[in-house]
Design a binder for this molecule. Structure first.
Ligand SMILES: CCCC(=O)OC[C@@H](COP(=O)(O)O[C@@H]1[C@H](O)[C@H](OP(=O)(O)O)[C@@H](O)[C@H](O)[C@H]1O)OC(=O)CCC
Length: 145
């Protein structure tokens, strides 16, 4: 993978304390409903040192990725501008197969995705959509791990 961007210490030090700096999948959970699905239990660490759990399903990763691509993918990949960046690839959709096996196979792929996303330059970590994805919602707080 790309060498971890050397963070300019001063930039990094300026980041708000609630900025996510790392996120790893701690577990997967099956949610029963009319359509059952799996979701990922993600432990987020913030710049300020706090840790919390959030619960996200694949389609939420997909939606985030689409938003980020629309904002930052250069129109001309050969001419990246100051406000474009190369995003890590998101593991693709899978149309058929065992949902549990698909979820389990996604754990390392989504961990790599999040690690590379949060390793992008500090200006990127301030993106509102990225921050919203990793913030703890009321629903996240209500979950019993
Ligand atoms: C043979 C059966 C085909 C079939 O059921 O596909 C259904 C849809 C795919 O549905 P989509 O919603 O577009 O995409 C699905 C969701 O993103 C789902 O997220 P989550 O885990 O959070 O639920 C992923 O786990 C699936 O891997 C993915 O395929 O396919 C399409 O709508 C595109 C068709 C080209």
């Amino acid at each position: 993978s790309l060498p971890q961007q050397l963070r300019d210490e001063s930039d990094f030090d300026q980041l708000p304390h609630n900025i996510p700096v790392s996120a790893t999948i701690a577990d997967i959970e099956e949610k029963k409903g009319f359509i059952y699905y799996f979701r990922f239990v993600i432990e987020v660490k913030t710049r300020g040192g706090s840790k919390y759990l959030i619960y996200r399903r694949y389609r939420e990763f997909f939606n985030l990725h689409q938003i980020l691509e629309s904002k930052y993918y250069p129109d001309d990949p050969d001419r990246p501008g100051p406000n474009t960046c190369v995003l890590p690839p998101l593991p693709g959709k899978v149309f058929i197969g065992n949902k549990q096996e698909i979820a389990e196979s996604r754990i390392p792929e989504l961990n790599t995705y999040m690690k590379r996303l949060l390793g992008l330059p500090t200006w990127f970590l301030l993106d509102e959509d990225l921050r919203m994805f990793f913030y703890q919602t009321d629903q996240d707080c209500e979950q019993l791990p």
